[in-house]
Design a protein around this ligand. Structure first.
Ligand SMILES: NC(=O)c1ccc[n+]([C@@H]2O[C@H](COP(=O)([O-])OP(=O)(O)OC[C@H]3O[C@@H](n4cnc5c(N)ncnc54)[C@H](OP(=O)(O)O)[C@@H]3O)[C@@H](O)[C@H]2O)c1
Length: 226
């Protein structure tokens, strides 16, 4: 049975990932910030172990790694993320939003990968998936959303570098774009349901192997330019 660890799994895309992997027979290690908001995960019963983890807390991430010990993690999904100052322009950009977004969307997933890379390396599947965004593509960047775009572009770079560093240990590290999805973050007008997005991402994850390490992959399997 595969062990899958998903951050930010209490709602949105993370919760759907947890449901899918549990249904496929995996054991899900699901992290939430607030246990009182984990009813969707509790419904998964013995298929899921729920951990409390604010991914920006070095102490929380360290405690999670200590608790897992030598447990192999076949698939690590860095999913937790925020979008602050939606539609922010150069004039309205708040430095505090930029800093907080970098802390959650860039620093935290890098820290999580650093803490758990050994667990992934000792698993069979050896796969790290970072839920980034097409908005982090430098090639495709248009105006606005400075904080979010910058945080995801920086995450993408970290994964590209890490992919190289972990290749020798057989670990595949990829960046994925879920599409524009109807979650709290994506809003009700988004193009895709959570189900449609995760349908595509599950196929991407299923197919991902070492030849894909360091790739930026759309939910439909196509490649996104960096
Ligand atoms: N929805 C879209 O259209 C879209 C498009 C491109 C990329 N993405 C990416 O997809 C991922 C999931 O987004 P979503 O749409 O599912 O968003 P969402 O519904 O807003 O859920 C965000 C998740 O991240 C968690 N989170 C936020 N800050 C955290 C922290 N400091 N520590 C731990 N968990 C934290 C939240 O936990 P709480 O419940 O505790 O707040 C929640 O579980 C994000 O990385 C996002 O950038 C989404």
């Amino acid at each position: 049975m595969n062990n899958v660890l998903i951050t930010g799994a209490g709602r949105g895309i993370g919760l759907e990932f947890a449901r899918r992997f549990a249904a496929a027979g995996a054991h899900v290690h699901a992290t939430v910030r607030d246990l009182s908001k984990a009813d969707g995960l509790r419904a998964l019963g013995a298929s899921a172990t729920i951990h409390t983890c604010d991914v920006t807390s070095d102490a929380h991430v360290g405690a999670l790694a200590d608790l897992l010990g030598d447990t192999p993690i076949d698939i690590l999904i860095n999913n937790a993320g925020i979008l602050l100052g939606r539609g922010e322009t150069f004039d309205t950009l708040e430095v505090a939003d930029l800093e907080e977004t970098l802390r959650v969307n860039t620093v935290a997933p890098v820290r999580v990968m650093q803490a758990l890379a050994g667990n992934v390396a000792r698993s069979e599947r050896k796969l790290i998936v970072n839920v980034s965004s097409r908005m982090g593509s430098i090639d495709e960047a248009s105006g606005g959303n400075y904080s979010y775009r910058t945080s995801k572009a920086a995450l993408n770079m970290a994964v590209k570098v890490l992919a190289n560093d972990l290749k020798g240990r057989g670990v595949t590290a990829i960046v994925v774009h879920p599409g524009w999805v109807r979650t709290d973050m994506g809003g009700p007008s988004a193009a895709l349901s959570v189900k449609e997005s995760v349908d595509g991402l599950m196929k991407v994850i299923d197919r991902a192997g070492i030849r894909d390490t360091g790739s930026f992959i759309n939910h439909d399997g196509s490649r996104i330019p960096w």
